[in-house]
Design a protein around this ligand. Sequence first.
Ligand SMILES: [Zn+2]
Ligand SMILES: [Zn+2]
Length: 147
Amino acid sequence: MAGYFEEMGWRELQEGEQPNHLLHMARFLIDFGMYEDNFSGEWPRLPPPASKEAVQNLPEVTIDSESKNCPICLKSFHSGDKAKEMPCHHQFHPTCILTWLERTNSCPFCRHELPTDHEGYEAFKKEKKRAEQRKEDLDTLHNSMFS
Ligand SMILES: [Zn+2]
Ligand SMILES: [Zn+2]
């Protein structure tokens, strides 16, 4: 097994260090190509809830036009209504978006993601990004060698 760990760029834990099982799992899924075959690069289930901090920090805005709908309940806003605004600038009734974000972390309209408190999911996202970067590097290398 030593060869495998070396190949993956892993080192043995130093004294006092704890293994990070969640990170291990994320790497495991990606390095074995499982996430490509089975999950097509997506988290295998609904992403976890948005972090409480991110939710608390969503700015409250006042609706100034009658023409917009809340994408969750589809009721139209009235001028002067309070709404919560996501970082992607989509606006929702506070109760609609807060209930939604207790279930999953992304904007129901455009899937813009808020941070979560879920270590496993954050590790997964980080590793996914790293894998994409690695693939890009390989593509660049491939193109420079074969074109
Ligand atoms: Zn609503
Ligand atoms: Zn959005």
